[in-house]
Design a protein around this ligand. Structure first.
Ligand code: H79
Length: 623
């Protein structure tokens, strides 16, 4: 088991880095969150007046996310309002949108009823600044979406920007038209937000959830009042974590952020298909289908929901590259949905390099992305496996063996897979277990011999004036102090010689020169031996779970470890370069065994019949 101190340190750090905090468990919440836990995958839609300029203002491209154009270009209210007169989405077809979500396997749709620009995309009596009263289109698109959602069995949900409103004189965020010091925020809440929230909860039938965002200065009482208002009108509607002050029904991670470990609470992450939420005509940086599926199963394996965004054009069309990818995800889900819908998180707290694990009572699903050359191996599964098959080939049992290595106190599952994967992106192996999945949860060496140590699981010792923190990705950042130290304990199963590799990471989103600095001298001590070296920039690789991030690999030496047992590892910086104010950023320490623990080949030729045992007659594992 991982030492208790490490678990507590890791948990408290991860809590600090997430956006909103835990909702109180209560019976009403348990009831209203059931559908959401089942759903696991939703469609986010950012649609508003910002789709008209589509990232360009007065002939100039405006950097950043498209729906922020009013703010980024400091467009005066009087000028921005004119966009309403040009908003005429004649190709809008609610049924077509909902069919895309349905085909993609998305169980709920969250659409911007009002974003920070303050324009209501629904018919409203609270303010004439809305799609029915202020545009030539005049249709209440939410009525049409509500009907289509009901027809296709998709839950309709609304995004609503409760704090920022750049149109209302008392809403937050617009400092170019209005004097921030003169704002009467409660007046805005009473005169616009509450009437709006009442309207979106009474005009469109049952609503799955209200996705509040960027709480900013909202007080606890104000967050609570809005939450209570939602629940008083629709007791089954959820409130997102970004209502603020920890009063939501579930937590929201940061935009595009996926945590590095399994979380023990309900959470959701909103993710962009390219690099914007609202439509921008020049943004063609689309995530690949494999990345999308990988992120979906990764999020579910960590107990979260994946809310994937589309930004329709001002004509009312979801961009074709988005539709293409969503339909491909949908094809995958038709085969593998059992491993996603209603699935529970992995019983292992940490990530696997080869893919992700989801679970159900009596079942484990192995989402294999790096298809093994020979057999697939899993360490530390204590439950007995009764049968195994690919979700893509339900009628064909896979051969497997479960053995117990008594010296190493290790259970090893070995599954013989076909030479090539049934799916080019992610192939899922379903394991039927004798009971609930139970595993060794401590950090441990993997079958390829490698040990991966993430800061999120570290015992953190900080120097008194340290600024070190672990961000939402699990990366140690603001490491400027040579007195800071991370330490871990892991279980070693097979000894040998290991390369000591530091995986550093960019500190911000986009790839580029200013996101990272190296040159630090670092010492890793493992099992009493040390390796020291510099963090260099020679080996950059895209992060497999989020290709928008580049990781930088540096081998700083080698250590020899003898097996089996618990090994202590510490990492300290001997000197830190901080010329660019980023310092040392550490995603993980890897101990990479020169020889894999178990050869990729199944078993020596003599013993070969052992792997040919029919499924169900495998050697028994430990109970
Ligand atoms: O609705 C989407 C975003 O518009 C919203 N949340 C998602 C779901 C969001 N609101 N605020 N933020 C996200 C944080 C915004 C940060 C930035 Fe910027 C906006 C970075 C660049 C533009 C603000 C302006 C900070 C720097 C410049």
């Amino acid at each position: 088991m991982m030492c208790r101190r490490a678990v507590i340190a890791a948990l408290s750090l991860s809590l600090v880095s997430s956006v909103a905090a835990p909702a109180q468990p209560d019976a009403a919440r348990e009831k209203r969150i059931q559908w959401w836990r089942q759903a696991r995958f939703g469609m986010f839609i950012h649609w508003g007046l910002y789709a008209v300029p589509a990232g360009e203002w007065k002939g100039q491209p405006i950097a950043g996310i498209g729906e922020w154009i009013m703010n980024r270009a400091k467009i005066p209210v009087k000028e921005y309002e004119l966009l309403a007169g040009r908003f005429n989405p004649v190709k809008f077809d609610a049924d077509a949108w909902v069919r895309v979500a349905k085909e993609a396997g998305q169980q709920y749709i969250v659409i911007t009823s009002k974003h920070h620009d303050g324009f209501a995309m629904f018919g409203s009596k609270a303010s004439p600044y809305n799609i029915v009263d202020a545009t030539p289109f005049k249709r209440d698109v939410m009525k049409e979406l509500s009907a289509a959602c009901q027809k296709h069995g998709v839950k309709l949900c609304f995004y609503y920007s409760q704090s920022q409103d750049w149109h209302h004189p008392d809403g937050l965020g617009n400092t170019w038209d209005y004097d921030d010091a003169k704002k009467n925020f409660p007046k805005y809440l009473n005169e616009l937000v509450k009437p709006h929230v009442r309207e979106i909860l009474t005009q469109y039938g049952p609503i799955g959830l209200i996705w509040f965002d960027t709480p900013q200065r909202i007080t606890r009482e104000q967050s609570q009042e809005l939450t209570d208002l939602v629940h008083s009108i629709q007791p089954d509607a959820l409130v997102s974590g970004r209502i603020g002050n920890e009063v939501g029904d579930y937590r929201s991670m940061g935009d595009n952020q996926i945590p590095a470990r399994v979380m023990d609470y309900d959470w959701e992450t909103p993710v962009t298909l390219n690099d914007t939420w609202g439509f921008k005509k020049d943004d063609q940086n689309w995530k690949s289908t494999q990345t999308l599926i990988r992120q979906l199963v990764d999020v579910v394996s960590k107990n979260g929901n994946y809310l994937l965004n589309v930004g329709p054009t001002s004509e009312g069309v979801i961009p074709q590259p988005s539709v293409d990818r969503l339909l491909e995800v949908g094809k995958w889900i038709k085969v593998n949905g059992a491993a996603v819908y209603g699935a529970q998180p992995s019983p292992y707290p940490y990530e696997f390099e080869w893919g992700s694990i989801t679970a159900k009572p009596g079942r484990l699903y192995l989402h294999v992305i790096d298809w093994p050359k020979r057999d697939f191996m899993l360490y530390g599964l204590r439950s007995k496996v009764k049968s195994a098959h690919l979700l893509a080939a339900p009628g064909t049992p896979l051969k497997f063996m479960q053995i117990q290595d008594r010296t190493a106190k290790l259970s090893v599952l070995r599954i013989t897979l076909p030479a090539s994967p049934p799916d080019k992106d992610v192939s899922v192996v379903a394991l039927e277990l004798d009971g609930k999945p139970t595993v060794e949860t401590g950090l441990a060496q993997q079958p390829d011999g490698k040990v991966t140590l993430s800061p999120i699981f570290a015992d953190v010792t900080k120097a008194p004036d340290s600024g070190l923190s672990i961000d939402a990705r699990g990366v140690a950042t603001r490491w400027f102090n040579t007195g800071d130290k991370l330490s871990w304990k892991f279980r070693l199963y097979r000894g040998g010689e290991f390369r000591v590799v530091l995986v550093s990471s960019e500190t911000r989103g986009a790839a580029g020169g200013d996101n990272w600095e190296g040159g630090h001298k670092v010492t890793v001590t493992a099992g009493g031996q040390s390796a020291s070296g510099a963090v260099g920039d020679g080996d950059r690789r895209k992060n497999a779970r989020n290709p928008r991030w580049q990781d930088v690999y540096s081998e700083i030496g080698r250590v020899k470890l003898s097996a089996p047992g618990m090994v202590d590892v510490t990492v300290k910086a001997d000197s830190i370069t901080a010329a660019h104010k980023m310092g040392f950023t550490l995603r993980e320490v890897q101990l990479v065994k020169i020889e894999p623990n178990i050869p990729a080949r199944a078993v020596p030729a003599k013993k070969r019949p052992a792997t040919r045992r029919p499924a169900g007659r495998a050697k028994s594992g430990p109970r």
